[in-house]
Structure formats: C-alpha cells, structure tokens
Design a protein around this ligand. Structure first.
Ligand code: G16
Length: 551
C-alpha cells in the first residue's frame, strides 16, 4: 500500500476508535450492541473496497441491520456481486481487520489481504449500502462511507431498504446489460419485478381472503405497502399490523417472525380470529412465518419447514405436469436443504411423501444457499422462516426450451418460468416468499388449515440460556452435537434417551449473546421436560448467568 493511502487509512481510522472487544463475523455478519459497531463498520468499508477490487471493480453490497435482534443492536453483512453472502475466506479477513488493535496492525491486516488475494489497488471499487429502520443506522452508514472513501472507493447509499432488496439491487447492478440481467437496480424495479410475476399468475383467479401481515414495526411495513400498491388491492388484499417504524423501542418487540416462531403464539396485542390468515415478517423482512387459529381458537404455526414443503410439493407437481427435463431427457434434480431446527415430521414428510432428497447444513442461510445450488431446483428454508427456492441455469433453460405440447404442459411451463422471476434468487426474502405462498394457495384455493394438514409437527421448544462465554460451546455435525465443553454432549444424550422421539441439541447463537437449546419429543409435556432439563444442565454446569430458564 502506498504511503499516501496508508496515511489516509490511519488518519480516518483514528476517528473510529476500536473498543476493547473481540469481534466475530457470526451467522449473519457482525452483530451486537449498536454503540460498539462504529470501528467495525468503518473497517467493513475498507474490506468492501478490497472485495470489489478483487472482483475487478464489480459492485459489492453492505447491509446495516440486526434483523430479528432487539432495536438497540445493530449489525453489518457483506453481499457478493450476485447477491450471495460473503465468501467464507473473507469472513476471516473481516475479523482480522475488525480486531486489529493498533494502526500498524490494521495496515498490516490490509496488506495481508492485498497480497493473499493479489489485489490491484489501482482497480476501481464500488460499494452499495442500505440499512433497516434502526435509529443507529444513519451514523453507522456514515462510518461505512468513511471506510470506503479512505481506500478511494465509490459508494452509493440506497437509504432504508429490506435486506433482500439490497441483495437484489446489488445483483441488478452487476448484471445490467448482460444476458443474465436481473432487473432494474432500484426499489421501484424490485416492486415491479415481483408484482409483474405475481400478476401473471394471479390475474383472473379468485382472490383469497385478506392476508394480515405483522411487519414487526420494521422496514417490511413501508416495503409491503409499496409492493401491495404496485400489485393492486383487487389482486392481493393485505392488512398491515405492527407498522410503527417511528416510535422507539417497538421494532421486533413482542412481535415479528422470531417472536412468533420461538414463543409459538401470535404477536402481542393481536386478536387472532379463526378463519383469518396471518403472517409475520422480521425486522429486515428476510423471514416470514404464517399462522392461524383453528376452530377451537388454538394457535397454529406454519413455519419455514411448512413453507418449504408447500413450495417443493407445488414445484414438483408443475415439473411433472410440464414434463420438463434436461435436454438429454434426464430428470431435473429437486432437493431440499434444512438445518437441525427442522421439525422431524417435516423431514420425514419430504423424504417419504414428497420423495425429495434432504440435505442438512449448519445454521445460517449462507450455508443453506450454497448447498441448494447443487440442485436444479434447490428449496432451502430454516424453520425460522428464512429461505428461498433456487433455480439453476439448466432448470430455467428446461422451462424455456419448449412451449409445451398440451394446454396443461404450456400452463405448467409458464408457471415455472414465472416462479423463477417471483422467487428472489439471491437470498431468503419475506415479501417474495409471501407472494410465492399466495400463488400456490391461489392455484388450489387452499386455506391455511388445508396447507397445514400435509403433516403434523412434533412438539418442539426452543429456549435461550445466557452464559458467561458462549465461545466455549463448539458445535459439530451440522449443529446437532457439541464437541466442547467436554462431557456436555454425553449429558444431553443421556436425557434424550429418556424421551419418546426425543431429540435435543445445544449450540451457541451467532447473532445473540446466548446459547440456544432446541428439543423435540412425542408430547408437549415431554418436549418441555427435555428442553428445560437440558437448559438447567447448561445453566448450572456451564456458566449460566442471569435468570435460570424455567417453564
Ligand atoms: C440470522 C441468519 C439465519 C439464522 C438466524 C439465527 O437471521 O441469517 O440464517 O437462522 O440469524 O442465527 P443464530 O441461531 O446463530 O442466532 P436474521 O433474520 O436475524 O438475519
């Protein structure tokens, strides 16, 4: 690095002093209390410039969000030019930069990346940024801008957007004018792309009853309002609840997809009536779960597993109907990717009823996405509602290769082509997933109850245990077991063996300062017993702090 560049980086970084804190690039980037993030985000700005240069000037995305976390947290994640999550090797670089303790160490860390990746510093660099509605967002964008400018990169600020919108615009910018052009790189372009695809299928069909949407008091509220206006209320009736993005403290508070999934109940203050259709987004609108009350008023959740099975079943039936194959007649490979949190009943349903292969990865869409790319149609969803469906180039080619021989073949091929536009190909997207579910339900005029009837979830319970140091918990085997602390896994196994259909695992969260405990068993009672027994073992023997988890 030249002496001038060195001087500017050192001078700028002095304005973003690093607190005495170890930073980790976790499940979804750096995520913690917002007031600790200034130096990290400045340095992410430096890294984004290097990443863009390493891609020969292609635009790199930066999203400032802490998604489902409480409002006082914030976070940052980097997005590759085609909208994927940051390549894993670069996560290590991100941590090297974030943890460099002195100006010399920071420059040394930059030089190490430049040498390892053979980066030409004279190369142009472009970065785009967006943020969610958190009050800490604007100051953190300013930190990022400083970092990008310190290495002479060009930055475009898209303001407030959903995370999937930022992924979308990044891909659009980098594919513009190519045969793979993804769309107009603006929020309006995003709404139009989704609306056009949805309307192709929905026009002329009898609309379903209104869909009530809990927007978690986050960016999903204004985004959904725009999307619904672009579609038109005669084709999609949405009623938005929890849309207050102005009042402090409301974001994700007792509402949103994470709250609904973990507490297995409707958002607070919502009067969930039998017959109504509901869904919840999370704070940056990249997750969605659906729910309803049955005739007796009991809360029923349709989570990411249910969305995955609905999508896989529908797409498989379209492929059969369309007789779509590779050019050489070999069948298209459809597969489903899940994590350890997938309900055991969903996995059995996918394998035994849908006859679709299932692959497991560790938690984090970054892992699921890569695995899904190995299929022609890769359906991936975390149980928490984060996921999408990826269509390979070969699959899209198969849908476009023929117009179809019969009316039903033609209709199925058209639906498949439309779905590949409707479903966000860059990342899990609550709004795109919402429209995908609506399209499937529209086709058969299915109620949420009918969708839910495919299989019955095993009772499950997820709890959080606060511990002194979650880094001591080392997960292996796609998060299903712990290698460390020594002896804990044996204690968990001993408990699991006592319960019918028992399954339980413990893993450190990569987004919150807690350890997660997940349990499943034959009955609700047994599930709770298993979950809280293991919570107690972790809390008592492995550094629990604060309140001991209890039923
Ligand atoms: C993020 C990730 C998800 C992950 C979730 C929880 O979601 O993108 O893949 O499931 O965190 O991760 P952990 O259990 O490690 O805390 P979001 O919606 O918060 O960005």
């Amino acid at each position: 690095m030249s002496a001038n560049t060195f001087a500017l980086v050192v001078e700028s970084s002095a304005k973003h002093p690093r607190p005495d804190q170890q930073f980790t690039y976790g499940t979804a980037g750096f995520r913690m209390k917002a007031d600790l993030l200034d130096s990290v985000i400045f340095r992410v700005g430096l890294l984004a410039v290097l990443r863009s240069k390493s891609h020969r000037g292609k635009t790199v995305g930066v999203m400032i969000t802490a998604s489902h976390n409480p409002e006082h947290d914030n976070g940052v994640k980097l997005v590759e030019p085609l909208g994927e999550m940051l390549a894993q090797a670069w996560e290590t670089y991100a941590m090297d930069l974030a943890n460099a303790a002195t100006p010399d160490a920071l420059v040394a860390a930059l030089n190490k990346i430049i040498a390892a990746e053979n980066i030409d510093l004279a190369q142009h660099a472009a970065v785009v940024v967006a943020r969610d509605t958190r009050p800490s967002g604007p100051a953190l964008v300013a930190s990022l801008v400083d970092g990008v400018k310190a290495l002479a990169g060009v930055i475009t600020d898209f303001g407030v957007m959903t995370t999937p919108q930022l992924h979308y615009v990044t891909r659009c910018i980098n594919t513009k004018g190519t045969p793979d052009a993804y769309g107009e790189p603006t929020a309006a372009g995003y709404y139009k792309k989704l609306a056009d695809a949805y309307l192709k299928i929905a026009k002329g069909r009898k609309p379903l009853s209104a869909l009530h949407v809990d927007a978690a008091n986050g960016v999903g509220a204004p985004a959904l309002r725009e999307l619904a206006a672009t579609i038109g209320d005669q084709h999609l009736g949405v009623v938005i609840a929890n849309d207050d993005i102005a009042t402090r403290g409301k974001l994700n508070h007792n509402c949103g997809a994470d709250f609904v999934k973990i507490s297995q109940k409707a958002p607070e203050g919502i009067d969930l009536k039998p017959g109504q259709r509901w869904c919840s987004l999370d704070g940056d609108a990249d997750r969605i779960v659906f729910y309803y009350a049955d005739a007796s008023g009991k809360f029923k959740l349709l989570d990411g597993d249910k969305i995955a099975t609905l999508a896989a079943g529908y797409i498989m039936s379209l492929i059969r109907e369309a007789k779509a194959t590779h050019a050489d007649g070999t069948p298209l490979k459809v597969g489903l990717v899940q994590t350890a949190y997938a309900n055991g009943s969903s996995t059995a349903y996918v394998r035994d009823t849908l006859k679709v292969p299932v692959v497991f990865t560790p938690t984090g869409v970054k892992h699921l996405h890569h695995e899904a790319e190995h299929f022609d149609v890769g359906v991936y969803f975390e149980a928490n509602g984060h996921g999408t469906v990826l269509f390979s180039k070969a699959a899209v080619k198969a849908f476009e290769a023929t117009a179809g021989k019969s009316e039903s073949e033609r209709a199925a091929l058209e639906a498949l082509r439309t779905l590949s536009d409707l479903i966000n190909q860059t990342v899990g997207d609550a709004l795109s997933d919402m429209l995908m579910v609506e399209v499937v339900l529209l086709g058969t005029q299915q109620t949420l109850e009918a969708w839910d009837a495919g299989y019955t979830d095993l009772p499950s319970r997820q709890e959080k245990v606060k511990v002194q140091n979650r880094a001591l918990f080392v997960p292996i085997k796609a998060d299903t077991e712990l290698a460390e602390p020594a002896g804990l896994q044996d204690k968990i196994n001993e408990q699991v063996a006592k319960f019918r259909k028992g399954r339980c695992f413990v893993r450190p969260s990569g987004t919150e300062d807690i350890v997660r405990v997940y349990a499943e068993a034959e009955t609700v009672q047994e599930t709770e017993d298993l979950a809280y027994t293991v919570c107690g073992i972790v809390f008592d023997g492995y550094g629990g702090v604060g309140e001991r988890p209890a039923k």
